[in-house]
Write a protein of this length. Structure first.
Length: 220
């Protein structure tokens, strides 16, 4: 279930906290410092799949008649735009497989950004998106929404390439990151499994889960 965050009025209505018990249980294990890279990767994959149910809840349906072994049934099937998944490299890669497992026809683009350790601002080094991006419902994924700089920049790049219907899906968000995305892109809905307390002096989410990329790939 996704709970709409209403504090702060209309903008916060575009922030959705996914509080399903399975998601919250897996998030607790993901946060644990004792969880190793293999289990961490598996859990992020599973959480992304579960979150994708809520992110895609408003996909349009159309009526279709299906022949069953016992007769004809009036059913509903997905209609309209197709889905595109765009991870922000590198940590966003850990969330792709879960979504693609749920939506095999989704196309996957990539945006490469890194955060300058001094300015904390995003620097782009790679951008490769599906050619029909304007025709797709787009899900931008990144485990952490910290300062919001990378998400804001990634969404800007996508819009410049023609992307229109964009949602942002993260595991953990800081209030500062949510505010930054909403200020720059008030049309974008944010889906998160947790809204944490704050950022520390280095721009890390507290209590967070540490550096998601390092924990996914076993680096320092």
């Amino acid at each position: 279930m996704a709970a709409e965050c209403t504090a702060g009025g209309e903008l916060m209505s575009k922030v959705h906290l996914i509080d399903h018990p399975l998601v919250q249980h897996k998030m607790a294990i993901v946060r644990d410092v004792k969880t190793g890279p293999k289990e961490f990767r598996e859990l992020v994959d599973e959480i992304a799949l579960l979150m994708a149910y809520e992110v895609t809840r408003d996909i349009a349906l159309e009526a279709k008649e299906v022949e069953t072994p016992m007769g004809k049934a009036s059913c509903q099937m997905i209609a309209g735009k197709k889905v595109g998944v765009i991870p922000i490299l590198r940590a966003g890669l850990g969330m792709v497989n879960g979504i693609v497992e749920l939506i095999p026809a989704a196309k996957v683009g990539h945006i490469g950004l890194y955060r300058d350790p001094e300015s904390l601002k995003p620097v782009e080094y790679y951008c490769k998106l599906p050619p029909d991006i304007s025709e797709r419902d787009l899900i931008v994924v990144d485990p952490m929404l910290a300062t919001g700089g990378s998400a804001v920049a990634a969404i800007r790049f996508i819009k410049e390439k023609g992307g229109r219907n964009i949602k942002l899906m993260v595991l953990i968000a800081a209030p500062e990151g949510i505010a930054a995305v909403q200020a720059a892109h008030p049309d974008v809905e944010v889906f998160t499994a947790a809204i944490d307390e704050k950022l520390d002096s280095r721009g890390y989410i507290v209590p967070g889960l540490g550096d998601a990329g390092d924990r996914l790939f076993g680096t320092k």
